[in-house]
Structures are given as structure tokens and as C-alpha cells.
Design a protein around this ligand. Structure first.
Ligand SMILES: *Cc1c(COP(=O)(O)O)cnc(C)c1O
Length: 572
């Protein structure tokens, strides 16, 4: 790498994320959080923002998913070589872990936009010769290992990241924490700005909390209490030692455990959730803090398939760097849009055939469902009443393509995937079901562009935002989804897609939610979606596709999201 000078001349926004999904062959992401980070970085580059990103190298990736003939998931480490994509910078920084010095180096990857904007991404790596064997593996497995492994990774990310930025000569005017994994960065800032005075009346006044708060922005991503990292203080003591007095730390990060979310909440001037509803839910979870909302978006160019891009180039030139132009989607001829979609669908079905040996019919209404295999996402809801779905599909055929990984330690999640294979065996000739193993960014693009309807069935209000439905909209694929996360904002019934179950105004989750949601799903599938899809005149369907583009892709893109981060979080 020739020189970082072009980036160190002006103050920058530093964006910290444990996982980052910039491209499919850099496997340092597990799912939505990482892909969002990648989209954020790409939009920052397109918009020429002064932006640098910090993440972990995850040399063994998250994992490669394999599915055996019984439908059971097994995991393999991902083998990839950072040197194929990035350059190793010579600068070295250290953090103290278990009273050892752990040396960190950074790989640099430059995201370069066709606009000329550039964003450096620093991938922190502890696999350096100075380190003892046990420390060389700290940056190997994304979300792997035990709590001690996780806290060490977070020390490397947060404290190591801040030190690396300084060593490289960056001037940082805001630190943006993408989820609480990076919260330890505030500890390093507290140490850096420690006042050189001994106040007799209050020892705590040496910690310049206000100054650190002014520098920090925090985005929270999970409305599930268990989703927030918490570490017992004895573990903190063992790994970090008492780098700032424990009574001060406990005031900032929680009495009983070190809660990474609380640490970030207490030391950030601007805090936000990732959709309006999620902002409200977070506000209830964290009373006493002001929680804003900036609804997520996806990177328009990345998440538009080739066939759609051709149509957009023809009728909406300039769309990729100015997604607001989607407001003009009305100009696209309906049948041309439909044909472009047919092409994308054929490509997806060809991929399904090579990946699974499964032959699917391009003339059949095709649903897609791809997300982490975990209970609240309810990937079995379509099969809630097997007899009913079998009867409905006698009136018009349906096929569905699934994908998604279960966390390696999540046996229940693996059983959900296996359950899909069970439904396939119980519904032969009724519904064709395919499962694509190894869900990743490439498969995601094929899926969200090649199916006809994107299905999402989370248990409310547990879907913070969801972004795959926004990707679908960029390809004219309509959403059929529970009113949660972004869909509350994107949904116009019968126009951008359809809702499933209760209105978003109802805050209580009914004990009967599965029955109610499944009943609504079946009613709409039978009476609205199937008849509309199988109408020989495709223009009504294509008009909905256009609305998905002009109402949803127009708004739920990461360019709009980044402009809001700039005006509401970064320049304050
Ligand atoms: C977009 C994406 C996700 C996130 O999708 P959600 O709808 O938020 O669940 C997860 N994994 C991959 C590979 C993606 O591309």
C-alpha cells in the first residue's frame, strides 16, 4: 500500500464492526450485521465520506455449512487467504490480555467507488510471530469459542482498533460502534483523555466522560435481551485487569456483569435503533437514554441483479448512485420488467439444480425464505397446517427455496433446518421445497432477485430491521411479511406486497400468534397471491413489482441511511 496520507490529512469517521461483509470471497461476516457493515462502507465510499472501517480478519471465517442427506447441518472452517485481497501494514500495536502483551497488525482493503470515493477497511489480526500460540488464534473464528475467547476478540477490536488508528496517523472525529461488540473502544478513549489532575474531593473527575461521549455514536441491533454481550467481572479482571477502577467501570457498564450495550449507551452522545419500531422497542428496553431511529438500507448497486440493472440503466440512468431516481420507476414498461425478472428466475433455478440436483419449474409461483435458522424467525410457519397448505396449492402450485445457517452451538436451529426436509417428504407433489446450503452474499443476491415473493415470518417485535426484504424490493420482488422491523415502514397492502398477521399498532404478542399469523398467511396466499400470480395478464403483477421499486428500493437503500447518519449522528 503506497501511502495512507490521503486519509490522514482530514478528520475521519471511524466505523467499528465485529463482522464485515463487503464481498462474498472475504468471508468475515455471518449475516445481516456484517452485510449491513459492508453496505455502509460502500455507500460511504460512493458518497465520498471521510470514513475508515475497523473489523477483525476472522481467518477461519464464520463457518462453511454442509447439510447431510438427513438434513443435518455440519460446519467446516473457511479456508481463505487475506493476502489475495489485502496488504499487511507494517505498524504494530499492543493490547494487554491476561497480563501478556498481544501484538496486533492490520490488513488494509480499499473499497473504491466508481465515483472516486475510497474507504480503507482495516482488518485486525493477532496471528503475528510475536504472539504466543494461544493469542495467535484470537482473530480466527467469528463468533467462535467461549466467553473468554469472545471478550479477547472484543478487546482486540475495540482497544486494539483505536490504537491502530492512532498508530496509522488517523484523526478521528467520531467513533461509530456497529453493535456493542466494539464498546471497549470507549475504555481506550477514557484512558487517552484521562485528566492529569488529582482532585481531592472526587477521584472520578479524572475520567473525562463528557469528552468521550462527544466522540461516540452507538447503533444497537437486537431487541432480544440475550443478544447483548455480558461478561462476568471476574472474567474481565482475568482478561483485562483493572485498567480503570472497577467502581468506575461498574457505574458505566453495569453492577453485576460488564454489559457491552450499557457501556456503549453510557458513553455515546448519539444512540439509535435500526428501524422506527426498533427505536421504540429499544427505548423501552433502555429507559433513561434517548434512543433515535435510523432505518437500515441496502447498497443499491450490490443488491440489484444484472437483469434488473440492465432495465434500470435503460429507463432510470444514474440509479446506482442516486437511488432516489427509483421514484421514476413508472416509466419502465411492465412486460419488459416481467421478462427481466423471468431471466433472473431462470438463473436462480439453474443454480438450485447445480447445487441440489433439484429441478424446479420457472412457471410456478416461487417463494424465497433465507435467514438465520433460529426459533423466532419461524421458518416453519408456512407448514403450520400441512393439510391446509396442501389443499391451497391444489388451486395453484407453489414452490419455495430456503437457505440459512444455524449457529454451530444451536441444536434447535439445526433441527429447524432438518425439519424442512421432513416437510418436503410429507408434501410430495404438493409443494416443491429446496434448501440451498451455504447461505452467503452470492446466494442471497440470486435468491432475492430470482424468487417471485420474499417471505418473512418473525415473531413480533423481535426482527430489529431485516434487510433481505429491501434487497428483494431492489429486484422488483414483492414482500409477504409479518409487520415488524422495516416492513412496518415499507408495507402498503396490495401495492408493495402483503402483510401477515396483526397490525403493527398492536404491541402485545398474542399467545396464539402462530395460529393467527398462519391463518392470515393461508388466506392471503389462497385468495389474493395465487390468483394474482396465475392471471395470464402479467401486467398487474408487474405493476406491484414497480411499486416495490419506486416505494421500497427508493427509500430502503444505504445511501439514504448514510446521509441520515451524517446529518443526525456524525456532524453533531
Ligand atoms: C442480507 C443478508 C442477511 C440479512 O438478512 P435479514 O433479512 O436481515 O435476515 C443475512 N445473510 C446474508 C448472506 C445476507 O446477504
Amino acid at each position: 500500500m503506497n501511502s495512507l496520507h490521503q486519509f490522514t490529512a482530514e478528520p475521519m469517521i471511524a466505523y467499528f464492526s465485529m463482522e464485515t461483509g463487503i464481498r462474498n470471497d472475504i468471508p468475515t461476516y455471518s449475516g445481516g450485521l456484517g452485510v449491513l457493515a459492508g453496505d455502509t462502507i460502500k455507500s460511504a465510499a460512493d458518497l465520498k465520506l471521510p470514513f475508515v472501517a475497523v473489523t477483525l480478519i476472522s481467518r477461519k471465517g464464520y463457518f462453511t455449512q454442509e447439510i447431510d442427506t438427513s438434513g443435518w447441518q455440519t460446519e467446516k472452517p473457511v479456508a481463505w487467504d487475506p493476502a489475495k485481497f489485502m496488504a499487511l501494514l507494517p505498524e504494530k500495536v499492543k493490547v494487554r490480555i491476561e497480563e501478556r502483551d498481544v501484538t496486533i497488525q492490520a490488513w488494509i482493503y480499499l473499497v473504491e467507488s466508481p465515483t472516486g470515493g475510497k474507504v480503507p477497511v482495516l482488518y485486525l489480526d493477532t496471528d503475528v510471530p510475536e504472539n504466543q500460540l494461544q493469542d495467535r488464534g484470537i482473530t480466527d473464528y467469528l463468533y467462535g469459542g467461549d466467553q473468554a475467547y469472545r471478550i479477547k476478540q472484543e478487546v482486540v477490536l475495540g482497544m486494539g482498533g483505536v490504537r491502530m488508528l492512532s498508530a496509522l496517523g488517523f484523526h478521528i472525529k467520531k467513533y461509530h460502534m456497529n453493535e456493542g461488540h466494539a464498546s471497549f473502544l470507549v475504555l481506550d478513549l477514557l484512558l487517552r483523555f484521562k485528566r492529569d489532575i488529582e482532585s481531592v474531593w472526587d477521584e472520578r473527575s479524572v475520567w473525562d466522560i463528557a469528552r468521550v461521549r462527544d466522540l461516540c455514536v452507538f447503533t444497537t441491533h437486537t431487541p432480544v435481551e440475550a443478544g447483548h454481550d455480558k461478561f462476568p467481572y471476574p472474567l474481565v479482571q482475568q482478561v483485562l485487569g483493572e485498567i480503570i477502577p472497577f467502581d468506575v467501570l461498574k457505574d458505566l457498564a453495569g453492577k453485576d456483569h460488564l454489559n457491552m450495550t450499557m457501556l456503549a449507551l453510557n458513553l455515546s452522545k448519539y444512540i439509535n435503533g435500526v428501524a422506527k419500531k426498533h427505536g421504540e422497542v429499544s427505548q423501552m428496553m433502555f429507559p433513561g437514554y434517548q434512543i433515535h431511529a435510523i432505518t437500515n438500507g441496502v447498497h443499491t448497486f450490490t443488491w440489484t441483479c444484472e437483469d434488473m440493472a440492465k432495465i434500470f440503466d435503460k429507463y432510470i440512468p444514474g440509479w446506482a448512485n442516486e437511488p432516489e431516481l427509483f421514484v421514476r420507476s413508472g416509466n419502465i414498461p411492465e412486460l419488459e420488467l416481467w421478462e427481466a425478472h423471468r431471466e433472473a428466475k431462470k438463473k436462480l433455478l439453474a443454480y438450485v439444480r447445480t447445487a441440489t440436483g433439484h429441478e424446479m419449474d420457472p412457471n410456478v409461483l416461487t417463494f424465497g425464505f433465507a435467514r438465520r435458522a433460529t426459533a423466532y424467525k419461524r421458518m416453519h410457519l408456512l407448514f403450520h397446517d400441512v393439510d391446509r397448505i396442501a389443499r391451497i396449492t391444489e388451486k395453484g402450485k407453489l414452490q419455495i427455496i430456503f437457505a440459512g445457517k444455524a449457529h454451530p452451538h444451536d441444536e434447535n436451529g439445526k433441527r429447524l433446518i432438518q425439519g424442512l426436509y421432513g416437510f418436503r417428504d410429507r408434501l410430495p407433489g404438493k409443494i416443491d421445497i429446496a434448501f440451498l446450503p451455504g447461505y452467503n452474499m452470492d446466494i442471497a443476491l440470486k435468491l432475492v432477485s430470482g424468487v417471485d415473493v420474499w417471505l418473512n415470518t418473525p415473531l413480533r417485535p423481535l426482527e430489529a430491521s431485516g434487510t433481505s426484504g429491501m434487497k428483494a424490493a431492489h429486484n422488483g420482488v414483492v414482500n409477504f411479511s409479518v409487520l415488524d422491523g422495516w416492513w412496518i415502514e415499507g408495507h402498503i397492502e396490495g401495492f408493495t406486497g402483503w402483510s401477515i398477521g396483526a397490525a403493527a399498532t398492536s404491541n402485545v404478542t398474542s399467545a396464539n400468534a402462530d395460529n393467527e399469523d398462519a391463518a392470515d398467511l393461508y388466506d392471503k396466499l389462497e385468495n389474493i397471491i395465487l390468483p394474482k400470480y396465475y392471471n395470464p395478464d402479467k401486467s398487474a403483477w408487474a405493476r406491484m413489482m414497480k411499486s416495490a421499486i419506486s416505494k421500497n428500493a427508493y427509500y430502503f437503500n444505504s445511501h439514504r441511511m448514510m446521509r441520515r447518519y451524517v446529518t443526525e449522528a456524525y456532524i453533531r
